[in-house]
Design a protein around this ligand. Structure first.
Ligand SMILES: Cc1cc2nc3c(=O)[nH]c(=O)nc-3n(C[C@H](O)[C@H](O)[C@H](O)COP(=O)(O)OP(=O)(O)OC[C@H]3O[C@@H](n4cnc5c(N)ncnc54)[C@H](O)[C@@H]3O)c2cc1C
Length: 241
């Protein structure tokens, strides 16, 4: 089956941390997209040397469902010298682009165990922001959102995560590796996760973002007897083209 492709138009492009911008695109043709919370899309981008490049970005929309959505929101971090980074960071509202998708399996399953750990570093929390409305209604499961960053100023969507964490069954753990701040864990997400005593009998984990973090946490969970199916992973690997 052909992969759906969409023409989208950039609506807003604003900095939300010193290194991350939030971009909102309006669907132009077709006018809507249906996706599952946790999925990503891929952009085909033109470059100066004429060779198109493909880059993927997680859908960060916070909606009750992903049916017939008319817009797509992304959070994109700047990579020094990165082709897509330059393009997105300098894109003006009104710019048209092509994207395909949605792709990916980092989605909440029908059946969930007692506890779900949602672990992300940097823009790797985008899929979890998209899952917020689902978390609200799935009251039989305890959710732990672990957001890792170096400094507090590198974090975003904090109001959304804190708001959902007002519910008894949702817990938000901001983790800072380079500074101490009230209300934040000092250290890496790995260390916070270890403190929560993950148990393969009762828990599953979702890992997203920096490939090294994903590998490290996966190894830690395997040492605690988690099976491959109990750890869902999305690595933000760099593209070779
Ligand atoms: C499934 C998936 C979902 C993704 N979702 C997001 C998302 O929601 N938000 C987001 O910001 N990114 C996301 N990414 C990463 C994104 O697709 C690009 O890889 C990223 O934007 C860098 O592209 P670029 O063209 O700017 O850099 P490139 O031109 O690809 O790279 C430039 C140079 O920087 C190096 N490099 C590339 N990325 C990094 C990095 N992160 N850290 C250090 N060095 C790097 C490369 O090796 C290269 O030397 C995702 C990736 C995948 C696979």
């Amino acid at each position: 089956m052909a992969i759906p492709s969409y023409k989208v138009r950039l609506e807003t492009n604003e900095p939300i941390t010193p290194n991350v911008r939030k971009l909102v695109f309006r669907l132009e043709d077709p006018k809507t997209i249906t996706y599952k919370q946790g999925q990503f899309v891929s952009f085909m981008l033109g470059t100066e040397d004429g060779r198109p490049i493909k880059r993927s970005y997680s859908i960060a929309n916070m909606e009750t469902d992903g049916v017939d959505s008319t817009y797509i929101e992304f959070v994109i971090s700047y990579v020094e010298g990165g082709k897509a980074s330059e393009l997105f960071f300098n894109a003006e509202p009104g710019k048209e682009m092509e994207m395909t998708g949605p792709f990916g399996l980092l989605c909440l399953t029908e059946e969930l165990p007692k506890r779900v750990f949602l672990v992300g570093t940097g823009t790797g929390v985008a899929p979890y922001r998209s899952m917020i409305e689902q978390m609200r209604t799935r009251t039989d499961t305890e959710f732990h959102i672990l957001f890792g960053a170096q400094y507090l100023e590198d974090m975003f969507y904090l109001d959304d995560f804190k708001a959902v964490a007002l519910l008894d069954h949702v817990h938000f753990h901001p983790c800072l590796s380079r500074e101490e701040k009230p209300g934040c864990f000092s250290g890496y997400v790995q260390h916070k996760l270890a403190e929560l005593n993950p148990n393969p009998e009762t828990d599953i984990a979702y890992l997203c973002g920096n490939p090294n973090m994903v590998d490290e946490v996966f190894e830690m969970l395997k040492d605690k007897d988690f099976g491959v199916k109990q750890v869902k992973r999305e690595k933000y690997v760099f593209s070779r083209f």
